[in-house]
Design a protein around this ligand. Structure first.
Ligand SMILES: N=CN[C@@H](CCC(=O)O)C(=O)O
Ligand SMILES: [Zn+2]
Length: 424
């Protein structure tokens, strides 16, 4: 494999020096940008990062053998990392969206058997092959938007058989698609209709059957619960998250999305790697998250699509909570794959600066899924996951909102997107 030399970026956004711990407070604004910067890549790994003239000197005797990509006038960033998606599902829910536009609420639709239940039905009915094909199309779209690592949750199977099916599809995508997938078990996404008469028995099933089997098969690293009134209580969530820990699954939690419900506090108590949503998290919950280093994964696309007020990122950042951003890609509350659009929304609706949004969608996102040692910044030794955006500075990636500026995507040292087309 020839070395790859990405040269002369107008801005090379490195985020160097942030692999050991997530960025907090004012450190979230320090992107470590190199003007006229270059990256030397060998065997899929970053070997050197620096000013173009320095690298040209350092590799002078090897320049002739390298494949060169000229990024003159453009912005190069680490491959974007999406730490919260529901990637693998079947079907779509545009009819429910139309009902919501007419005044119905998300929870009303779910309690009437729609929402997560509708997607569960479609996902259970889909063959593994169909699920794979549908999810692969979405993954291609993620890649086209510059996303090179994606967390993917189960949670539309809600039975041992179908949760495993979803996680197997995620594993197959990880094996076959350039985007890296990190899997999370979300058996506690909703109580399925067949257990509606006895939700605690469903919790037992998640704990006694699903978690041990998912862990035994090595199909997930994380264990998540939708902790919300009418879904799973904090007590049920605690049992599930503690059980996951016993089987080597690190806790994550959908917390305080619709009302304050003790989710942030619980995340700190169980030592979750992240608490996600957090629109209604209490001050005390945020204080405890900051103390334990729990990352707040914010999902402004979800608030936008549910037409509610977004989480106040400023409040989290000021409290010392490390903030990451994600699409929450799912058919009900956020049917998007555009992490750059989510970054724009974070600036427009959540009080973040473009610099903070960039850190939140790269290195802090990598920390939120335990991948900061591999991706999320451009530093020697890390995976060569890079995006070349056709804009002269990182702010324009978000400023020209809703436009996909990702021109070239490099995954593990290979060009996988060029001129807006996926090459795999
Ligand atoms: N809040 C719960 N789960 C998803 C929505 C899933 C769905 O509506 O299908 C979320 O994170 O927004
Ligand atoms: Zn979610």
């Amino acid at each position: 494999m020839r070395p790859l030399f990405v040269r002369r970026a107008r801005q090379l956004v490195t985020l160097a020096g942030s692999s050991a711990a997530p960025l907090v407070k004012e450190k979230m604004s320090d992107l470590h940008i190199i003007e006229n910067g270059s990256v030397w890549i060998e065997h899929g790994t970053i070997v050197a990062v620096g000013a173009d003239d320095e690298l040209a000197r350092q590799f002078a005797d090897r320049l002739a053998e390298a494949e060169v990509i000229d990024a003159k006038g453009k912005t190069v960033t680490p491959g974007l990392v999406d730490p919260h998606t529901h990637l693998v599902y079947a079907g779509s829910r545009e009819h429910e969206w139309t009902m919501r536009l007419g005044g119905a609420t998300y929870m009303e639709i779910m309690n009437a058997g729609g929402g997560i239940h509708a997607t569960t039905k479609a996902t259970r009915e889909a063959s593994e092959e169909m699920l794979y094909e549908e999810s692969k199309r979405r993954l291609d779209q993620f890649l086209l938007h510059g996303v090179t690592t994606v967390e993917a949750k189960s949670g539309y199977g809600l039975s041992l058989e179908h949760e495993i099916k979803q996680l197997e599809v995620a594993k197959r995508l990880d094996d076959t698609h350039p985007v890296d997938i990190v899997s999370t078990f979300l058996g506690a996404h909703a109580v399925p209709p067949e257990w509606k008469h006895d939700p605690d028995e469903y919790v037992r099933l998640v704990i006694d059957e699903m978690i041990p089997e998912v862990s035994r098969r090595g199909l997930a690293e994380f264990n998540d619960v939708f902790c919300e009134r009418g879904v799973f209580t904090p007590d049920q969530a605690r049992l599930i998250l503690e059980a996951g820990k016993e089987h080597g699954l690190t806790p994550k939690i959908h917390a305080d999305e619709i009302e304050p419900y003790g989710g942030a506090e619980l995340a700190a108590e169980v030592g979750a790697i992240s608490a996600d949503h957090l629109l209604r998290a209490s001050d005390e919950g945020l204080r405890r998250m900051a103390e334990r280093g729990v990352i707040g994964v914010l999902l402004p696309g979800t608030a936008f699509f549910l037409m509610t007020k977004a989480a106040d990122a400023r409040r989290l950042i000021d409290a010392g909570v490390p903030v990451a951003l994600a699409t929450d890609c799912n058919p009900g509350s956020s049917p998007t794959v555009s992490l750059p659009l989510v970054m724009s929304l974070a600036c427009l609706h959540m009080g973040m600066t473009p610099a903070e949004a960039m850190a939140a969608a790269t290195i802090n996102a990598a920390h939120a899924i335990g991948r900061a040692h591999l991706v999320g910044s451009l530093e020697p030794g890390k995976k060569a996951d890079l995006v070349i955006f056709n804009v002269p500075n990182y702010m324009q990636i978000m400023y020209y909102y809703g436009v996909n500026h990702a021109e070239t995507v490099i995954k593990g040292g290979k060009v996988v997107v060029n001129d807006g087309k996926v090459y795999i």
